[in-house]
Design a protein around this ligand. Structure first.
Ligand SMILES: O=C1C[C@@](O)(C(=O)O)C[C@@H](O)[C@@H]1O
Length: 257
């Protein structure tokens, strides 16, 4: 699948760098500092943005990022407090915000949290698709690693709902939790569902899941160029180098067209 000019699902996972600016100046500076960094796309974590309650100003923020970053794909994410973000938002405004950005032509993909009212979720996915914007359906658990059946069920439901990418980020506390995440990724791949997935283990134990996507079938990995947006994120340089070292030339595009 493609997001803007980036093909996702081929060879090594693509590296997505979070940008967490509070002001317009912060957004500009963070984006500008990325110009010398070897990354593939950015995630604008708009829950950090001071003007999140003003739709015009949020679009202006996206415009600043687009101007600085040129053709790099931009994923727009408002991460809610209950899934690890820094702010709460009324659900009506959450969907309005995402629909506005999805229609703006300024960003390439939106992250929508999966556990929300299904009608509004479907409507927002449709709006995004009508405007050529991709949808990442996501679910985060900062406490634990749910059972493999639960994770698989969430990912398949994300595919049924029309997500372009499904994402789970959970917290492992042991090697067997890490195996649960990797087994889920592998089992999902063998189901032959066309929607590609991202499966992340957060924290120290999860690091291996951030570098091994090529082997198991996780197509995106998040890395920090400055401040990290979740525990266990590696720096972009270390991540790129490690993935090159571990590369096994798998090509998931045959399954994830
Ligand atoms: O969903 C994710 C993944 C993430 O939580 C991580 O663990 O790298 C980082 C978040 O910014 C992003 O929205």
């Amino acid at each position: 699948m493609r997001i803007r000019n980036l093909t996702i699902g081929k060879h090594q996972p693509k590296i997505c760098v979070p940008v967490m600016g509070y002001t317009f100046q912060d957004l500009f500076d963070e984006a500008f500092n990325l110009l010398n960094v070897d990354f593939d796309m950015i995630e604008w974590r708009a829950d950090y943005f001071k003007y999140i309650h003003d739709l015009e100003l949020v679009q202006k923020g996206a415009w600043v990022l687009r101007r600085v970053l040129g053709d790099k794909p931009i994923l727009f994410t408002f991460r809610t407090a209950k899934e690890g973000g820094v702010r709460r938002l009324h659900p009506d405004y959450y969907f309005k915000l995402n629909q506005t950005l999805a229609q703006s032509g300024l960003i390439d993909a939106v992250d929508l949290e999966f556990f929300q009212e299904e009608g509004l979720l479907k409507e927002t996915i449709e709006t995004a698709h009508l405007h050529g914007t991709k949808v990442v359906l996501s679910n985060h658990d900062f406490e634990k690693t749910p059972a493999q059946e639960d994770l698989l069920q969430r990912l398949t439901a994300m595919a049924s709902l029309g997500g372009d990418i499904g994402k789970i980020a959970v917290m492992p506390h042991s090697s067997s939790d890490v195996l649960t995440i990797l087994n889920t990724t592998d089992a999902y791949y063998h189901k032959g569902i066309s929607m590609p997935i991202v499966a992340i283990g957060m924290g120290e134990y999860g690091k291996v899941t951030r570098v091994s996507g090529e082997l198991f079938g996780s197509v995106l990995t998040f890395a920090a160029a400055g401040e990290s947006s979740a525990p266990g994120q590696l720096s972009v340089d270390v991540l790129r180098e490690t993935m090159k070292t571990l590369s096994c030339e798998q090509n998931w595009s045959e399954s994830f067209g």
